[in-house]
Design a binder for this molecule. Structure first.
Ligand code: SF4
Length: 348
């Protein structure tokens, strides 16, 4: 039995019943793939269902506002992906007359769609012979063939794509791709793979040689940058204040409380005088009522240490301001980062 046969037989018996598996609508497959790049299946399911309910087709997504799309994406992180979804839906309306493109080249040309997503859409929706290579596939292939080339090197990317393409059964591209991804997710897991239950164990070199814990190899260690955020949750009667984040930084387009960012962590007495130095100048009579314990929030290249400060103040509407005055009980209508959402949940 060859590689493709072994995994597809296993897949028939073990496949997970997921809504995006029961469709060949490229729009739905695209939405599911972008969501699943962010999260595990269990959490992704509710986001997928909400997206499809709110935007059942490309046209509905294109007609939504960016704020609406970001609100539905809230909590998933990597908000540029949500903005790209929205941008690309508009582009499909303009350039492809609202019909999802059908060739790999056209699909790959869309913003936010890389090699992996283009292969997933073209194989799942149209059964075109493009092999997917995601984290699960890298893991399975590096172990079965005991390949030590780093998966994040240029050479590694080429080598694994070539191998994945050679192994693909072109007549059963959708099935083969789904099978290898599921096998990586469920059986060939990063820690303690279930080799005894694996349909590839007879041909797997890492199993024979007991080397699976060393594979796959990665060469780059991501550098982490620490940032210290001091958020002012200002209450002015039943009003509070939000700011919309701008370009060239994390969380573009999301809303947040007035923020002062520092290079290092501040002591409590420094926090008490933080707003004196001409920052937050739109607010007067600022009185701090509570300084919350700092929350650490890890992103791919950054560690955000966020301290939320509850205070009261008056607001000088006459000054030109970057802040939006809103009713506190309307705050749920604004898309915020998972960090701010956590604070609001904890605060109750
Ligand atoms: S035998 Fe084990 S290491 Fe090899 S592919 Fe299967 S689960 Fe992974």
């Amino acid at each position: 039995m060859d590689f493709s046969e072994a995994i597809t037989i296993w897949y028939f018996e073990n496949k997970r019943d997921l809504p995006w598996r029961c469709t060949n609508d490229p729009y739905k497959i695209w939405i599911s793939e972008i969501i699943l790049q962010q999260t595990r299946v269990a959490q992704g399911l509710s986001y997928y269902n909400r997206f499809i309910e709110h935007y059942p087709n490309v046209k509905d997504l294109a007609n939504a506002t960016e704020d609406e799309v970001l609100k539905d994406w809230q909590g998933l992180g990597y908000y540029s992906r949500a903005r790209n979804l929205h941008f690309t839906a508009k582009c499909i309306m303009d350039k492809f007359e609202g019909v999802f493109p059908k060739t790999y080249e056209d699909v790959r040309s869309l913003k936010g769609i890389g090699d992996y997503t283009a292969a997933a859409i073209c194989s799942f929706a149209y059964n075109q012979p493009y092999a997917v290579v995601d984290g699960n596939v890298y893991r399975v292939l590096s172990r079965v063939f005991e390949i030590y080339t780093p998966i994040d090197s240029i050479q590694g990317k080429k080598e694994f794509s070539k191998l994945a393409q050679e192994l693909l059964n072109p007549k059963k591209a959708a099935l083969h791709n789904q099978a290898i991804m599921d096998l990586g997710a469920v059986v060939c897991t990063p820690d303690s793979p279930h080799c005894e239950d694996c349909p590839l164990n007879e041909m797997c070199l890492a199993y024979t040689n007991r080397t699976f814990a060393k594979l796959p190899v990665k060469e780059k260690k991501t550098k982490q940058r620490d940032r210290f955020y001091y958020y002012f949750f200002i209450q002015n009667g039943d009003k509070t204040y939000l700011h919309k984040r701008g370009d060239k930084d994390i969380w573009k387009g999301l809303y947040e409380f007035p923020l002062i960012e520092k290079e290092e962590e501040l002591a409590e007495d420094e926090i008490l005088h933080l707003h004196d130095k001409n920052e937050l100048s739109e607010f007067s009579n600022l009185k701090i009522n509570r300084i919350h314990k700092s929350i650490k929030h890890i992103l791919s290249h950054q560690r955000i240490h966020a301290c939320f400060i509850e205070c009261t103040a008056t607001y000088d509407k006459a000054k030109e301001s970057q802040y939006l005055e809103i009713s506190i009980d309307k705050i749920d209508e604004y898309a915020v980062s998972r960090l701010t959402e956590l604070f609001l949940e904890q605060k109750g």
